[in-house]
Write a protein that binds this ligand. Structure first.
Ligand code: AMP
Length: 136
């Protein structure tokens, strides 16, 4: 895998506005924020997609994500926020190192979501359950 800019940030070769750091996790302000307080939370391991993340790094992120979100909410006064985690260029991933966006939502800034659902059909659900469960 070609190294991403986030590995350079982890090593301190590229500066960032560091919000939080521990042994396995780093959080810093997004350089092109969608809203005030937009922060990225990343594992300190070079992995492109969430499904490739080892359990211990996943757990380390899960443990601190609510705490960082809470601090951002309090610091910005936001009353709503989105957690966004893109995997694959089709899903708008631009940096191929796992990252969680914490994006405070204000009236006139934050994440804009396009949502175009269809009704889940019974046969679709049953087929999916069988295929997913046997792979877990
Ligand atoms: P994604 O589309 O989910 O891959 O988002 C990548 C995010 O990384 C974007 O919101 C960028 O603004 C952000 N980003 C890219 N380079 C940097 C950097 N050097 N420091 C902080 N954020 C960055």
């Amino acid at each position: 895998m070609v190294e991403s800019v986030f590995s350079k940030i982890i090593r301190g070769e590229i500066p960032c506005y560091k919000v939080y750091e521990d042994e396995k996790v780093l959080a810093f302000l997004d350089i092109n924020p969608l809203s005030r307080g937009h922060t990225l939370v990343i594992p300190k391991i070079e992995v492109a997609y969430l499904h490739q993340l080892p359990d211990d790094y996943a757990a380390a992120i899960g443990r601190v994500l609510p705490r960082i979100a809470r601090a951002i909410m309090e610091a910005t006064g936001a009353e709503a926020y989105n957690i966004l985690q893109n995997n694959g260029s089709l899903a708008h991933q631009a940096v191929f190192h796992v990252h969680f966006h914490i994006i405070p939502k204000f009236k006139d800034s934050g994440l804009i979501i396009g949502w175009n659902p269809h009704r889940l059909l019974e046969e679709e659900a049953e087929d999916l359950l069988e295929k997913i469960k046997e792979r877990l």
